[in-house]
Ligand binder design. Structure first.
Ligand code: ATP
Ligand code: ZN
Length: 526
């Protein structure tokens, strides 16, 4: 059996992975707070731990891995979104609006992550379904002297676990106090103490508890859900390295104190950040774009996945258009090479070895390139599918032979500018009573959009602040050239597409210039 090596944040070394129970390998990954669409950074841990999930299933058997990823559906940020909606006139109680927002966001999340080829975890618990278990755990911590109630809050007493607190992130409590921006509150015995339970207002979601109506803190959610679903000792705990402190440190403190005989998580894995110009992509910095945005722009989910896999998960990375274009070219080649072919019975050992070396996905991709260069399509297919690439359900984008939308953006803009000129002139004539001319110019303007551009292969819609456009299938689908053996001649089909797109662009520009000339002449006459 393949031995997987994983870098353990706790020990800061790469270790042989030895599951507690090979019949049920257990992994917990911190999931999203569901208040808004996931940005591309949020997708990184999803893809990273999806690859690990697939590898574990490959090595231990698909039925022998339990993967839990939660939804944090109780949080100030969700409440704030709901409040903003209510203030904007939305119907329903604040509590209903909170619920609606969570449900909606979870739907988006699963759709967007599915588009990146991420399998759904075995369990996706929502925090609000585990409130009773959180209360039990908090009571347990109080009874052992690790937590105390004060003014409707319950706090974890960091002093009660001082020697171990900070181990994961490598800080001592004193260092933390010195350098921390912790919330100082009169009810805290130590400024590092963190909230397990806090009071809720009447309008906001809240639950009855021994400390009054309230809601759980964020950290206790993961401790309670992982305990319920995976037990007091499990194999792997994952998340972004921005969660290492305080979130994971606090999870450890709670879980180890509540269940002192358990190990909690043996291996801690943290993915590095997706960055924008050297800074973490994040909602609070406002330097983000969503996965949905990218998909809407026509970037296939498989391309996004490929770009992620090219950087090791413990290295920071940037998203660039160039990486996306290169990924698209590679995937097109691989998809053409493997079209109509059955995957080999087993993946290439070199690919599995790379993955087993602390998820060396870039190394795995190098091996895939090698298989492609050797023309070993069946092996390529079987091996790529281990990392979630070249699966059947993700490939329609490549069949359609989609062109990079930006290729046409400038020309479409020119058309829409000319169209605005026609419309502006039409309005002038309508105002001055020359209804016939005005009507004619309006109909020309509409023809440009509904007939001419449609014939060239575009669907354009007016919006409040401009326009939106899409490629119609007639433009994006150019017949793939297949030889008698059913294999695609990659260079031929690519050339055919490129020619088609280049010619379309030329014809569009010519047509537009003709219209412009006609327009200028009519104006000069008038
Ligand atoms: N730029 C990033 N790169 C990689 N992972 C990230 C990035 N930003 C957030 N994550 C991860 O996304 C997951 C979901 O996090 P969470 O829902 O708390 O994010 P958020 O609060 O919406 O985002 P933000 O951090 O932008 O405010 C966590 O595992 C977190 O580590
Ligand atoms: Zn967590």
């Amino acid at each position: 059996m393949t031995t997987i090596k994983l870098h353990n944040t706790r020990t800061r070394t790469k270790e042989d992975f030895v599951p507690i129970d090979p019949g049920n390998v257990r992994m917990y990954v911190c999931g999203p707070t569901v208040y808004d669409r996931a940005h591309l950074g949020n997708a990184r841990p999803v893809v990273v731990f999806d690859v690990l999930y697939r590898l574990l299933r490959h090595v231990y058997g698909a039925d022998h891995v339990t993967y839990v990823r939660n939804f944090t559906d109780v949080d100030d940020k969700i409440n704030a979104t709901a409040l903003a909606r209510k203030q904007a006139g939305a119907e329903g109680s604040l509590e209903q609006l909170v619920q609606e927002r969570s449900d909606e966001t979870i739907g988006w999340y699963l759709h967007d992550m599915g588009a990146l080829g991420a399998m759904e975890p075995t369990e996706m618990p929502r925090a609000t379904q585990y409130i009773a278990q959180m209360i039990t755990m908090i009571e347990n911590l109080i009874s052992k002297g690790h937590a105390y109630a004060a003014e409707g809050h319950v706090l974890f007493a960091v002093d009660s676990w001082k020697e171990d607190y900070g181990r994961l992130s490598g800080r001592s409590v004193d260092d933390m106090i010195a350098g921390a921006r912790v919330e100082v509150a009169p009810y805290k015995k130590n400024p590092m103490d963190f909230v397990l339970w806090k009071p809720s207002t009447d309008e906001l979601p809240g639950w009855d508890s021994p400390w009054g109506r309230g809601r759980p803190g964020w950290h206790i959610e993961c401790s309670a859900m992982s305990y319920e679903l995976l037990g007091e000792s499990f194999d792997i705990h994952g998340g972004g390295n921005d969660l290492m402190f305080p979130h994971h440190e606090n999870e450890i403190a709670q879980s180890k104190c509540a269940h002192p005989h358990g190990e909690f998580a043996r291996v801690w894995m943290h993915n590095e950040m997706l960055q924008v110009e050297g800074k973490k992509m994040s909602k609070s910095l406002g330097n983000f774009f969503t996965v949905h945005d990218l998909l809407e722009q026509g970037v296939p989910g498989e391309v996004i996945r490929f770009v992620f896999l090219q950087t090791h998960y413990r290295k920071p990375m940037d998203w660039t258009e160039k990486k996306a274009r290169e990924a698209e070219v590679t995937l097109r080649k691989w998809r053409a090479l493997t079209a109509g072919i059955e995957p080999a019975a087993t993946a290439a050992p070199a690919v599995i070895d790379a993955l087993a070396d602390d998820l060396n996905t870039a190394g795995a991709i190098t091996e895939l390139h090698r298989l492609a260069a050797d023309g070993d399509a069946a092996r390529l297919l079987a091996s790529a599918q281990v990392v979630g690439l070249l699966s059947n359900d993700m490939g329609s984008w490549a069949d359609a032979g989609a062109v990079d939308k930006s290729y046409f953006a400038e020309e479409i803009k020119n058309w829409m500018l000319l169209r605005s000129e026609f419309k502006a002139q039409a309005r002038i004539w309508m105002k001055s009573g020359e209804k016939e001319k005005g009507g004619l110019f309006f109909s020309w303007a509409d023809q440009m959009r509904d007939k001419d551009l449609a014939n060239f292969g575009f669907s354009v819609k007016d919006t409040n602040d401009g326009y939106e456009w899409e490629l119609l299938p007639i433009l994006s689908r150019v017949n793939v050239v297949r030889s008698s053996t059913g294999k695609v001649s990659e260079s031929d089909s690519e050339k055919a597409r490129e020619n088609h797109w280049a010619q379309t662009l030329l014809r569009m520009a010519k047509h537009r210039e003709g219209l412009q000339k006609h327009y200028d002449e009519l104006i000069a006459e008038a």
